[in-house]
Design a protein around this ligand. Structure first.
Ligand code: PSU
Ligand code: MN
Length: 302
């Protein structure tokens, strides 16, 4: 296994058996513009601490896998050019050439599993993209969710996706999708995708119990906890649909495909909404980090 570099804070938490929450870093490098991205990374870590757990932002820096970043490394991650978006498949080659990468959900799940972390938070998972004129595009996040047993807290799946197709894919892949306090699958910027969640749980203790049973049966998939975006920051479904249609049309005209598509669409939405999607994204990511920390605490033995 490749060498993992633990931050002091994460190493101390592991030594005392304390709860740890893994956080992705693509949201920091590709998801938010500077300097908001550094502020977001600091705020995500603080949200995890405030809820009683230890944050582990995951990233590859100069060919080393970091589990938890100190202030200097986080600042470097947020402000250095040339840090690629790394999915799970990119990790081996990236590390072999000593490069640096920000981890997507897929890469983060692989690293979290290697580090023995049980709970992970993101803003929104990737999924099945609608047709913008390019080849079919299905996020590697889905495959990773099918084979990595972690609790994944997310505001449903990103609004830019084909959500019915994404939910069907999660079903086929055997990923339990739990609405946290909701019967409706959240759509990232908006609480209302118009689609039902397969299962609803209302309490953190139930989520922890569900995951223990899931793992106890030897099931290998993640459990997706779909947490609606905080009402104060969420946007209306109609507004999101209109923005997403416009951003999708821009992507089609510009011929954007592949790993650049998700960052392109998020940046287009930020611009088209006058920054409102970014405010919503920040608020929902923080809420997910907090819920993940509460779940990590509830998963502790005894
Ligand atoms: N959430 C955000 N911004 C992002 C992402 C998530 O608010 O940029 C990243 C996540 O890391 C997710 C990835 O795993 O986008 C999905 O990309 P793709 O569709 O290319 O698989
Ligand atoms: Mn893709």
């Amino acid at each position: 296994m490749p060498h993992l570099v633990f931050s002091e804070e994460v190493a101390a938490a592991r030594a005392r058996g304390g709860p740890v929450v893994a956080l992705e870093s693509s949201i920091i490098v590709q998801g938010f513009p500077r300097p908001d991205n550094l502020e977001l990374g600091v705020a995500l870590a603080a949200a995890v601490r405030a809820a009683g757990a230890t944050p582990a932002i995951l990233a590859v820096l100069d060919g080393q896998i970091h589990v938890g970043l100190n202030a200097v490394d986080l600042e470097r991650l947020a402000s250095t050019d040339g840090i690629i978006k790394a999915a799970a498949r990119d990790l081996g080659p990236l590390i072999a050439r000593g490069g640096s990468g920000a981890t997507t959900v897929a890469a983060s799940l692989a690293i979290a599993q290697a580090a023995g972390i049980q709970v992970f938070a993101t803003g929104g998972i990737g999924g099945v993209h609608p047709d913008h004129g390019g080849p079919p595009d299905i996020s590697a996040d889905l495959v990773a969710l099918s084979r990595t047993p972690l609790v994944v807290v997310s505001a449903g799946a990103k609004s830019i996706l084909d959500l019915p197709a994404t939910l069907e894919a999660l079903d086929s892949l055997g990923v339990p999708v739990v609405g946290f306090g909701t019967d409706i699958f959240p759509a990232f910027f908006t609480a209302d995708s118009g689609l039902p969640v397969p299962m609803r749980l209302d309490h953190v203790a139930e989520v922890a119990r569900a995951f223990s049973v899931h793992c106890g049966l030897g099931l290998q998939s993640a459990m997706l906890v779909a947490n609606p975006p905080p009402a104060a920051a969420a946007l209306d479904r109609g507004e999101v649909d209109a923005l997403v249609a416009q951003a999708g049309e821009e992507a089609r005209r510009s011929g954007i495909t592949g790993p650049g598509l998700t960052p392109y669409l998020l940046a287009a939405l930020d611009r088209l909404s006058g920054g409102r999607t970014r405010v919503a994204n920040r608020a929902l990511a923080l809420a997910n980090a907090e819920l993940a920390a509460l779940i990590a605490v509830a998963l502790l033995p005894g």
